[in-house]
Design a protein around this ligand. Sequence first.
Ligand code: NDP
Length: 366
Amino acid sequence: MSGIQISQTGGPEVLHWKTDLPVPELKEGEVLVRNDFAGVNFIDVYFRTGLYPSPLPLIPGKEGAGTIVTAHPSVTSTTHPDLQPGRTRVAYLGDASYASYTAVPAASVVPIPDGLSTEIAAASLLQGLTALTFVREAAGFSSSFPNQDEAPWVLVHAAAGGTGSMLVQILSRVVGAKVIGTAGGPEKGEIARWNGAKWVVDSQREDVVRRVMEITGGYGVDVIFDGVGKATFDGDLQMVARKGTVVVFGNAVSDILLFLNRRALTAVAVILSSLPDADAGMQSGPVPPVDLLALGAKNVKLMRPRLYGYLATPEENARYTKELFDMLATGKVTISMHDTYPLQDAGRAHSDLEGRKTTGKLLLKI
Ligand code: NDP
């Protein structure tokens, strides 16, 4: 079968297009999915660069959608009546989706309801479920706020990105929060606004902390969703309101920083620090260890959740997937698509994502 394989970690150039990969053999409880689309996510970059270690060679990709073609004998019409090989369109969170075929545990696939395209299902799962579970569980917004005066202030970083777009839409259209979004540049700002951020701060041109304190009349924000990490974390602690919650969930980092050697990095740091408007985002990455005492100044709750920790049981998986698909089917939430790339162009998709050139979702067409 064809697919993308990594034999060594590195830049986008290590994503090699292969046409002679073996079709995966099914283990107990697995089904074989013929992929139509694979989602591209920042986590794929972390595995490619080695920030998240993995045995090699590796077929990247954490989500996909297509049709079940066959199932292990342990997966029968009695155990899984809703999964019919040859017929059932499914989406899944799993491994190795940048390929024609992927073996997926039957418990991890979800049938795509009629009326929802395979493309939208593929584009919605990882980032949509991240946004939904983090809103419901990390921030604890289980109900909505019909009265804007009582609604919480929420800040979403990278509000025009894939996960950021979903967060802003759910927070503004479903929860009814007062959403401030940050975005790198005016075009992204427009998308953040369209997503539902009533206030948008240009993270490349404005002092985010100062603007957020102005917008909220000095109060700060009750909840911050931060998928950027190191570059924005100190500001988060300044902007968060008393008793507020900071949800750090990512470490967006340009691969340039991972591959420059120490001497080159020092030179880059000197140059950046000498620029008055140095792009803080380019210096992002994982948040360094935190002094817990710093949280006491405002009794802040600090979290670093992972999606999979909220989808640990089949019930959680089914409940949140249904809520997400319902929101998509009713049009409450829509997927902002950046682009669909041919599978062969996975490297270009990664470069665009890391280079902050994208808004919304990136897909690979298999
Ligand atoms: P996005 O589509 O949001 O793309 C990343 C965006 O981050 C960029 O467009 C850019 O937006 C912003 N950014 C800021 N600094 C940098 C930088 N140094 N390098 C690159 N981008 C930067 O990506 P995803 O939606 O796929 O992921 C967003 C974050 O969420 C990632 O950190 C990812 O790891 C995390 N995540 C975590 C999960 C979890 O379980 N914890 C699950 C899913 C995602 P702008 O120019 O507007 O600032």
